[in-house]
Design a protein around this ligand. Structure first.
Ligand SMILES: C[S@@+](CC[C@H](N)C(=O)[O-])C[C@H]1O[C@@H](n2cnc3c(N)ncnc32)[C@H](O)[C@@H]1O
Length: 219
């Protein structure tokens, strides 16, 4: 099945609300647990690209109280939702929220010890720009941990994945999830992107029926 692009920035109020209220706790906690288990000593100054409602930054600073996360998203409504969640969790000192668009994020070159990201890549028409941005913003030896959806073989399989994992979620969330699966990359495509960007040393693996993970250190 070929990739079918979906809208890039998630800024419609109803979709943002549906996303912010959906339950991603299992997957998000798994992502944070892996980070903490393998890379906690690197995670002082972390950038989260496409942070959405900031559930992952909140889980990360809860686990690592000395970590500071700069969490960035192009969507004004997502950043508003993230601000409310960060304030509620009382992590204003450890999480800075920035509304900005990739490519061209407004940060000093090579200034982050860790760059994390979940589920933005499938939104991007030009995925190489994402990997190049990581190379620009990460320090030498910085940790990279990027997770996203895996494109299934068929629209029918995408429907099955939505029903198996989001049966009781809001219809808008289910529709976005389905469209995201169709827009996602295969592991082979991700490996090609890493190779073209000079990041082939990072490990790319499938970690669930619907996710791949890229992790490792920059040179
Ligand atoms: C599916 S959400 C993932 C949110 C969050 N990382 C999570 O784990 O739940 C993808 C986010 O990426 C943002 N996004 C898409 N394209 C972007 C771009 N070019 N620059 C910055 N943010 C972008 C969207 O606005 C959306 O909030």
């Amino acid at each position: 099945m070929n990739r079918v692009l979906e809208p890039e920035v998630m800024d419609k109020h109803e979709n943002v609300q549906a996303y912010a209220h959906a339950d991603f706790s299992t997957v998000n906690q798994m992502f944070v647990d892996r980070l903490v288990k393998h890379y906690s000593s690197y995670l002082n100054k972390v950038l989260d690209i496409g942070c959405g409602p900031a559930d992952i930054p909140i889980r990360l600073v809860r686990a690592l109280p000395k970590t500071h996360v700069t969490a960035v998203d192009a969507s004004k409504n997502m950043i508003e939702s993230a601000k409310a969640a960060v304030k509620k969790a009382n992590f204003d000192n450890q999480i800075s929220l920035v509304q900005a668009y990739l490519p061209g994020l407004p940060f000093e070159l090579h200034s982050f010890d860790g760059i994390i990201s979940n589920s933005i890549l499938h939104h991007l028409p030009e995925p190489i720009l994402f990997w190049k941005e990581i190379m620009k913003l990460g320090k030498s030896g910085a940790v990279v941990c990027v997770m996203d959806l895996l494109r299934p073989d068929s629209p029918q399989r995408a429907k099955e994945i939505v029903e198996a994992n989001a049966k009781d979620e809001h219809p808008l969330l289910k529709e976005d999830f389905y469209n995201s699966l169709l827009a996602a990359f295969t592991l082979g495509e991700v490996k090609e992107q890493l190779k073209s960007s000079g990041l082939q040393k990072l490990k790319a693996e499938i970690i669930s029926d619907r996710h791949w993970l890229v992790s490792g250190n920059l040179r």
